[in-house]
Design a protein around this ligand. Structure first.
Ligand code: MV4
Length: 497
């Protein structure tokens, strides 16, 4: 097994990887930019290497600087985390060429899945159902397909993914203009202006399957994650199992087998995620494959009892999957809330800055994967996700109750977070029955008064209770009590319950 691993990432995922490395007796090397000198992942790693200035191009996205750090610190392998260089085939190949093991899939599979039309072809030829669509990124092909399949259709960038550069088209007369607009947008964003078209699947769920393969031809799936609760292609809540699959249990094996077929056809190994759109009638369609460990992997860890980072390391080291498909058992229900430094009351404006106070949830069934501490200055240069709060319980109902309890214990002072939003979602009857689709959160956010302050008497009582219990430890609260604010209500509703 490896002696030392460099983590080419920052924040909570770097800490997540450090923890497994420590359990396995492997030394960890963190990397950091100028604004991340005091970051938690740097403090917790065994060694740390400075990369450069804050902009990602000069630090976390800079292949040469990362490889220099890997050489200086004499590591055996490199874990890319998610985001940054994790799905960059050139980086995976450069790691291998420099003599380091890339902890992830082969560069060839990353490259293949990076082209959305190539991914569709591989999945379809492998035997997975794909959304009907055109196979080439040219306007005549798109127009011909749309004419036959009928409107509405969805235009997508061949080099896109994650919803970037997508456009819905409802009428034939709009196709050409939308195609041109999508194409120039794709060219600007990805340096590749090719656009293809698919039949639009309306109000479907986003359900994804975690797969794992080794280098010896073994491949399994680890069940599904329901990821429909999202805003602008940014996931907000994920869970496993999917409430739809709980209602239609045969879906799990059908989707799981389709995911394994697609991954096998790509010559895949290590961790991967196959995304599907699923409707309520038992139909599902391959969308794309993510060739990395995902943000939401903890919900799968909690229902399977597995450490997915450990599995990644063992497979990268040439090991075999230590279990077969029939040994994978899912137990209970897990939910994850992504905690972002953004203000849901102000159109989700980013809210970087100094964390002045921090109360973190704990207790039965609670896991907090966090990258922050009191005194940490959240930089504005990177993704605003601060932490992930994940709970496990025997049933989905109990997991929701547990999440509400844990959120009530959570208080981040000094900056705004989206914590108040979860209260509204977890109380919503449609969420509680599991009646979800990708438009769910947009519809909920249109409800007037969704994030309103509690009634004034309640607010006053919160303030009094806060002063009575917390003045010594949290002197800021005394001041807040005099001037009732969203800051107070955002973190302190729990005092009244
Ligand atoms: C679609 C679709 C409807 N029809 N494709 C968005 C992310 C990218 N992976 C693909 N996406 C979609 N593709 C067809 N043919 C709807 C979406 C979509 C979506 C998918 C998953 C999660 C959230 C979404 C939000 C809006 C649209």
């Amino acid at each position: 097994m490896f002696q030392k691993v460099l983590i080419a990432n920052r924040g909570e995922i770097a800490l997540r990887i450090i923890r497994t490395l420590r359990e396995m007796g492997i030394r960890s090397v963190a990397v950091y930019s100028d604004v991340d000198r005091a970051a938690l992942h740097v403090r917790k790693a065994d060694e740390a290497a400075h990369l450069g200035p804050a902009p990602s191009r000069e630090s976390y996205l800079n292949i040469e600087r990362i490889l220099d750090a890997a050489r200086r610190h004499r590591v055996d392998a490199i874990h890319p985390g998610y985001g940054f260089l994790s799905e960059n085939a050139e980086f995976a190949q450069a790691c291998t060429d420099a003599g380091f093991v890339f902890i992830g899939p082969p560069a060839s599979a990353i490259a293949a899945m990076g082209s959305k039309t190539a991914a569709r072809r591989i999945a379809r030829d492998g035997g997975a159902p794909v959304v009907p669509g055109s196979e080439e990124g040219l306007l005549p092909a798109a127009a011909a397909f749309a004419q036959t399949a009928g409107y509405p259709v969805m235009l997508k960038a061949v080099a896109g993914g994650g919803g970037k550069g997508m456009r819905r088209v409802d009428r034939a007369e709009d196709l050409a203009s939308h195609f041109e607009a999508a194409s120039s947008e794709a060219l600007r964003a990805f340096g590749d202006g090719r656009v293809y078209v698919e039949k639009l699947v309306e109000n479907a769920r986003h359900i994804e399957i975690q797969i794992f393969g080794d280098r010896h031809g073994n491949m399994v799936h680890l069940g599904e994650r329901e990821c429909s609760v999202q805003r602008r292609h940014q996931k907000v809540i994920e869970e496993s199992p999917s409430p739809l699959v709980t209602l239609q249990p045969e879906l799990r094996n059908r989707m799981g087998e389709a995911a394994v077929l697609a991954a096998r056809a790509a010559g895949y190994f290590n961790a991967g995620t196959v995304e599907f759109l699923a409707d309520n009638d038992g139909n599902f369609y391959f969308l794309e494959m993510n060739t990395r460990l995902q943000v939401e992997h903890p919900v799968t860890e909690l229902v399977t009892g597995l450490d997915l980072v450990r599995l990644q390391l063992e497979i990268a080291d040439g090991g075999r999957l230590p279990f077969t498909q029939d040994q994978v058992a899912l137990r209970g229900a897990a939910i994850e809330c992504r905690i972002y430094a953004e203000d849901p009351a102000s159109n989700f404006m980013p809210s970087p800055g100094l964390i002045t106070q921090l109360a973190e949830p704990a207790g039965p069934g609670v896991r907090l994967d966090s990258g922050i501490y009191p005194g940490w200055n959240v930089p504005l240069e990177y993704d605003p996700m601060l932490a992930k709060l994940i709970v496990w319980a025997d049933t989905r109902e109990h997991a929701i109750e547990r999440m509400q309890r844990a959120l009530g214990e959570y208080h981040v002072g000094g900056i705004r977070t989206n914590i108040p939003l979860f209260d509204a979602i977890l109380r919503d009857p449609a969420f509680r029955t599991g009646d979800l689709h990708t438009g769910y959160l947009d519809a909920l956010l249109k409800r007037p008064g969704l994030l309103e302050l509690p009634p004034a008497p309640e607010l006053a009582a919160i303030a009094v209770a806060a002063i009575a219990t917390d003045t010594k430890r949290e002197p800021g609260l005394a001041e807040a009590a005099v001037t009732p604010s969203r800051w107070l209500s955002g973190g302190r509703e729990g005092l009244l319950r």
